[in-house]
Design a protein around this ligand. Structure first.
Ligand code: MD3
Ligand code: FE
Length: 212
């Protein structure tokens, strides 16, 4: 478990948090939950340009984006209208062990990256509770992750995130710019039964409202 100080205070990478067997059982569990809340393609506020990443959520609140409503959290799936499924227990367990935060997460955003997908440099600023960390779980193909500072112009560092890795973003890193520059195709087989083309799943656990 590495710690990066200075510009990236509060960034903690836990490589191999889930071993292969734990990754496989987690993928099986996620596949069942995603059957109840299918992946959809969000669109950008105003322009309506589709994201290259597909998304769904678990938990009482989910992060969504579309042309008319912009970025927001809501309790229901934008296409099915159903409440999001619960956050799976092994995922909540990661929060309990690593978040060092008393309230449970309210949102688990699930991102699926096809091998050509990426996510531009951005801040996660739609949560009211900025004291809570964001906890991220990576499954499937390795990704090149970029982490900057709290200003867009700040210098950035790049890290590879591999299947089974967990990242905790707290403190100053909570409001750092970050993104996914690329996926390395064919670097994991763990999603193979679900996604024949491979790709990557990322789960981010977030506290949205200030806790009660
Ligand atoms: C740094 N997801 O969903 S996870 C996102 O791999 C998002 O899918 C990326 O950025 C992914 O918003 C990166 C690691 C991560 C998550 C949240 C952060 C890094 C972060 C919040 C603040 C700073
Ligand atoms: Fe983000």
């Amino acid at each position: 478990m590495g710690h990066v100080s200075g510009n990236n205070t509060g960034f903690r990478l836990c490589p191999g948090w889930f071993d292969r067997q734990a990754q496989e059982s987690l993928v099986t569990l996620l596949r069942k939950s995603v059957a109840a809340a299918p992946f959809y393609t969000p669109t950008m506020p105003r322009t309506g340009k589709p994201f290259s990443v597909q998304m769904t959520n678990f938990g009482p609140l989910g992060w969504v984006s579309d042309q008319r409503g912009g970025y927001r959290y809501q309790a229901t799936h934008p296409e099915t209208g159903a409440p999001w499924p619960p956050i799976p227990s092994p995922v909540l367990e990661v929060w309990r062990r690593l978040a060092e935060y008393p309230s449970p997460p309210e949102a688990c955003l699930v991102n699926y990256y096809r091998p050509t997908a990426k996510m531009g440099l951005h801040q996660d600023a739609d949560e009211e509770d900025r004291a809570a960390p964001v906890v991220s779980i990576s499954l499937g193909d390795t990704a090149l992750f970029r982490l900057g500072g709290t200003e867009r112009r700040d210098p950035t560092r790049s890290f590879r995130l591999s299947s089974g890795d967990v990242v905790v973003l707290g403190g100053a890193a909570r409001m750092a710019f970050h993104g996914i520059d690329r996926i390395y195709p064919g670097t994991s087989t763990v999603l193979g039964d679900w996604f024949p083309e491979g790709g990557r799943l990322n789960l981010t656990l977030r506290r949205v409202t200030v806790g009660r």
